[in-house]
Design a protein around this ligand. Structure first.
Ligand code: GLY
Ligand code: MN
Ligand code: MN
Length: 423
């Protein structure tokens, strides 16, 4: 077994600090509904993959604190040979799991990862399973050297994709064509998959947070918002840039500049101990100040953020951890609850940053019609929002900028800082 997998298992063992038997399921193939004779691409549960380094449907990693780790994987069948060309499989035959468990009869069991399948019928301690899941997630948050290297490669391939997409974008090309160029270049540079469905929104589509690229043709003067990241060995980048086709107008330059100021401040603060919720609010205040300077908001930026006024223009969180999947390791520390405040309810994480964490920083300002044309909101925020001014911006869409930052003991490392940020 490689050294990094060994080190991760030791990390997991110290984090769990238990006498329970622990079973971690990789998950199984999921058939496409309707008898299509097809399956979805298999993605092992990240806890299993992190501790084994292989992607095997139906596998179970077992741990007995008194006896160490056992990597059980399905026995190779003739079908595996005939249809998939498989000649060997890592681990030991899962047919041995029953006996292994029998030998430990009466000991409490925690089930992590994906239950069911080979773990069907196993009685587990639900409370321990839930708490160990949290502990293991926390143990995985700080990325090791192998993970950081994969993230750097995923970010480099993604950067090449963004460069290509920007060079390709001229009036008349469609959002879908931009996506195709970006993804093709990511794959040429070593990307193995896209970490999530790429977002390409042009014109007012830039204001749709998760816009799926359409056949809309880009026009001179449009904002083009691209949010995409490619994946290498399961590790994905998550990057956004927004730029203008042709020469930016003053409105576009100003809006982009405000979001960029929030991005650069946010990036600079990705340091150990920094509370994510606090950074979210600080970046929100920078953007609220910018909106005041544009005459869109009225009042003291801090006070506007306390009333959640900024969230009508920035209706998402500042970011999330990223790695083995686009939200890898995000979440709330145990004991922290999701706020019911409009301006905070959508935070994907509430935790302090630590060395080794890789986080996105992704401020944005958007002119989203369903939020900004709502008569009830127009009445409620009549004092703090200049609605006539808002109407002069609705055509512009929106701007999001997103980098991936590695937290270190000293300065943060921007893994995506080479990608052109200009409007
Ligand atoms: N790609 C979605 C996000 O930025 O979180
Ligand atoms: Mn993104
Ligand atoms: Mn993101």
């Amino acid at each position: 077994m490689s050294n990094h997998i060994n080190a991760r298992r030791q990390r997991a063992q110290s984090a769990l600090n238990t006498n329970h038997i622990v079973l971690i399921g990789a998950g199984s193939h999921i058939p496409v509904p309707g008898g299509m004779d097809r399956i979805y691409p298999f993605k092992p549960h990240p806890d299993h993959y992190w501790l084994t380094g292989h992607r095997t449907p139906g596998a179970v990693l077992a741990f007995d604190p008194q006896d160490g780790w056992r990597d059980f994987t399905p026995d190779l069948t003739e079908d595996d040979h005939v249809w998939e060309g498989l000649t060997e499989r890592e681990g030991e035959p899962i047919s041995g799991l029953k006996t292994w468990l029998k030998e430990r009869g009466g000991r409490p069991i925690a089930v992590l990862g994906v239950g069911g399948g080979p773990l069907d019928g196993i009685e587990s301690d639900e409370a321990a399973s839930a708490s160990f899941t949290e502990l293991l997630l926390d143990a995985r948050r700080a990325k090791d050297e192998v993970e950081v290297e994969l993230m750097k490669r995923a970010c480099a391939a993604t950067a090449a994709g963004f460069d290509r997409a920007r060079a390709f974008t001229v009036p008349g090309v469609t959002e879908r064509e931009i996506q195709i160029e970006l993804e093709a270049e990511c794959y040429r540079q070593g990307g193995q998959a896209m970490g999530y469905d790429a977002i390409v929104g042009t014109g007012t589509n830039a204001a749709v947070l998760h816009f799926a690229p359409s056949s809309r043709e880009v026009k001179e003067g449009d904002f083009v918002l691209i949010d995409a990241g490619c994946e290498i060995d399961g590790y994905t980048a998550d990057v956004t840039r927004t730029f203008v086709v042709g020469t930016p107008t003053q409105q576009q330059t100003e809006l982009h500049g405000i979001v960029r100021e929030a991005l650069e401040y946010g990036n600079s603060q990705c340091k150990p101990g920094k509370e994510w919720r606090e950074l979210h609010l600080e970046c929100a205040a920078i953007m609220a100040k910018g909106l005041v300077s544009l005459g869109i908001l009225r009042g003291d930026p801090q006070g506007l953020v306390e009333q959640d006024v900024h969230a009508l223009f920035f209706p998402h969180g500042l970011g999330h951890l990223v790695g083995l999947g686009v939200r890898d390791g995000s979440g709330y520390l145990p004991g922290r609850q999701r706020s019911d405040r409009f301006g905070l309810a959508f935070l994907r994480m509430d935790l302090p940053l630590e060395p080794g964490y890789i986080t996105t920083v992704e401020p944005g300002l958007y002119f989203i019609e369903p939020l900004l044309k709502d008569p009830a909101r127009r009445e409620r925020y009549a004092d703090s929002i200049n609605w006539e001014e808002v109407d002069r911006w609705l055509h512009i869409g929106g701007v999001r900028l997103e980098d991936n930052l590695l937290v270190t003991e000293s300065e943060p490392v921007n893994l995506t800082g080479e990608i052109d940020l200009s409007p």
